[in-house]
Design a protein around this ligand. Structure first.
Ligand code: NAD
Length: 472
């Protein structure tokens, strides 16, 4: 593999506002030649991404291990194979997606025909996050390329090995005149945000999301903001307990150790059922991660010491340890925190006020399962919400009345793999959506086109506007 994957924050040398302006100019000139518009360019770049994933799977796995100690199979399933399948879908469907869509016309335009024609937006910027650093970088780029745009990717500096790998791989496999990677952190991103883009696609937190939107507003640049939030899992007593527990664990600790935008942030269940659910979680945690989960190699580590301390301080807050019913062990040197379950922590605790983004799982108990709706509704709209129940009425109520980016019933996180479902937030969890055809549409403008001939030129629409014309 590449011997020199970066272990520290890597900055693109001397990348300031001037360099950023030159870069965007160069890409815009190349876009203007029309080279990215044709089917051939798009398909060849997508095929190169698929080839890159096949040929460099080992390097990608190693980079993800270096950045997050991500277990090999988790890296493969969540990032590598998921990205590859998005790419293969785009390759398979590209002709269909690009085809104009014929629509009905109006009486006013008779005789005529009309169609919706997709056109690329131009030069787009993709800014990604560190938690799934390969998937969250390449998946939007696939959409941008499929839609015929020139694209600049700015991966996260917090996953430096994957960032440097992406820079190497993109320059090796993709068309450098229209597709670039700029590495770096806040200064480089700020320099990029000062430029005029045709779309900015951002994955990250709501705080930075606001910075992105403010910068985009100066140029009326449209944005997609893929943000996060506190994703709840409401667990009824009418469930298959073992399966529910396994799927909650899969959506928490087996999903980048809780560092996932759609990972389960907290659980709500009834007071009567809580102890059964917690016992089942404890049993399955042992099955998955052994007696000493802190030593398990089946879980990613916490990404860095900043986030380790952030999570540790949640645990050290005002007597919070008293609420721990499982776990709570930490190892600062290895950046590990054991799977930790807490029951009924105060609503005012930072664990219930902030996105946890780590292996701590508060369980909130309510009298009746319906009370869980109030808890969810009292918080900003989450990126995902989960319900576990066999009760069809409750399922219907949840789907209709819980506002969230997406929902899985009787499972967690896997809705993200269904490419025909849009993936994106609502309210505080984001703006816009992508995946599958939605990615293509996110990076396209849908142009309405009307075709007429010179026949059928009625006098009705032209002055003088006589009363007789109104009668017709
Ligand atoms: P972040 O917002 O800190 O950083 C995201 C990107 O913004 C990075 O590339 C970073 O370099 C850049 N950035 C950071 N500060 C900036 C600034 N001041 N000005 C300009 N750019 C800046 O997010 P993160 O810590 O990388 O990721 C965690 C957050 O992302 C969580 O809230 C999580 O829920 C969310 N997330 C959302 C999705 C999704 O698909 N909706 C996926 C993963 C993560």
């Amino acid at each position: 593999c590449y011997a020199t994957l970066s272990a520290v924050v890597k900055h693109t040398p001397a990348f300031d506002g001037k360099e950023a302006a030159l870069l965007v100019d160069e890409l815009r000139n190349n876009f203007t030649t029309g080279r990215t518009k044709g089917y051939e360019w798009r398909i060849s770049q997508l095929q190169n991404i698929a080839k890159m994933i096949d040929e460099k799977e080992r390097c990608i796995t190693e980079a993800l291990y270096q950045d997050l100690s991500k277990p090999e199979l988790e890296a493969f399933m969540a990032e590598i194979s998921n990205t590859k399948s998005s790419c293969m879908l785009a390759i398979k469907e590209l002709k269909n997606w690009m085809a104009p869509e014929t629509v009905k016309t109006s009486v006013t335009t008779f005789p005529s025909s009309a169609e919706i024609v997709s056109e690329p937006l131009g030069v787009v910027l993709v800014i990604s996050a560190w938690n799934f650093p390969f998937l969250l970088s390449v998946e939007p780029v696939i959409g941008a390329i499929a839609a015929g745009n020139a694209v600049v990717l700015k991966p996260s500096e917090i996953a430096p090995a994957t960032s440097s790998l992406l820079a190497k791989l993109f320059s090796e496999y993709l068309d450098k005149t229209t597709i670039r990677v700029i590495e770096g952190g806040v200064p480089e991103t700020t320099a990029l945000l000062d430029q005029k883009w045709d779309k900015i696609f951002f994955t990250g937190g709501a705080r930075v999301g606001r910075i992105i939107m403010a910068a985009a507003a100066k140029n009326l640049t449209p944005v997609v903001l893929e943000l996060g939030g506190k994703c709840p899992a409401l667990v009824d007593s009418d469930v298959n307990l073992q399966v529910a527990a396994r799927r909650i664990i899969a959506g928490k600790w087996a999903c980048n150790n809780g560092q996932a935008c759609i990972g389960v942030d907290y659980v709500i269940t009834t007071k009567d059922f809580a102890s059964k659910l917690i016992d089942a979680l404890k049993t399955e945690l042992k099955t998955f991660f052994g007696e000493n989960a802190l030593e398990s190699k089946q879980m990613s580590r916490i990404v860095n010491s900043f986030h380790f301390k952030r999570l540790e301080s949640m645990l050290k807050e005002n007597g919070i340890v008293d609420y721990i019913v499982e776990g709570g062990q930490t190892n600062q040197e290895k950046l590990k925190i054991s799977p930790t379950i807490l029951v009924d922590v105060p609503e005012s605790s930072s664990m219930m006020q902030e996105e946890i983004f780590g292996p701590l799982l508060p369980v909130i108990t309510v009298q009746k399962i319906e009370d869980g709706f109030k808890v969810i509704g009292s918080k900003p709209k989450p990126l995902a919400a989960y319900l576990f129940t066999n009760n069809k009425e409750l399922q219907k109520h949840f789907v209709q009345d819980v506002s969230a980016g997406g929902i899985s019933i009787n499972d967690t996180v896997v809705h993200v793999t269904v490419k025909d479902l849009p993936f994106g937030g609502v309210g505080e969890s984001g703006i816009g959506a992508y995946h599958g055809k939605f990615s293509y549409e996110t990076f396209s403008h849908k142009k309405g086109v009307l075709y007429r001939s010179f026949t059928g030129d009625s006098d009705l629409r032209y002055p003088p506007y006589t009363p007789k014309k109104k009668m017709v």
